[in-house]
Design a binder for this molecule. Sequence first.
Ligand code: SF4
Ligand code: SF4
Length: 135
Amino acid sequence: MVKKRIVLTFPHKLVDKPIVYKLVKDFDLIFNILQAKIMPNEEGMMVVELEGKKENYAKGVDYLKEIGVKIEPLSKEVLRDEERCTHCGACVTVCPTEALYVDKKTMKVIFDSEKCIACELCVKACPPRAMIVKF
Ligand code: SF4
Ligand code: SF4
């Protein structure tokens, strides 16, 4: 099995096509959309986690390339310096994927790196600079 986080950029003509449906149905891939947006020039952008058998993954990626979707790996990683974090919560409201959230019992801010799409919004929002980008 292969599981990768990738960034897909769709040209305008593909924005309303059932691409996700095809990947799931024809290539038996698990497709988890972590972030999606339409850019000002009407291109579509999605950060996704794609999972499936190695050969199906390769076929799915080939299909995307053939129809004109640009594929890039999510090459950055965002980490938290636990010693610097003061659990102030400033990052929680800016995180689009709920990778940063408040544990109601302890009132501490939890960082779930599995949900992080490395958008860096928390890096700018964190007063003590506890969120760090690793390339
Ligand atoms: S903004 Fe920074 S210091 Fe505040 S909770 Fe988030 S990571 Fe911790
Ligand atoms: S980089 Fe920060 S704001 Fe963006 S998804 Fe990861 S934890 Fe959330």
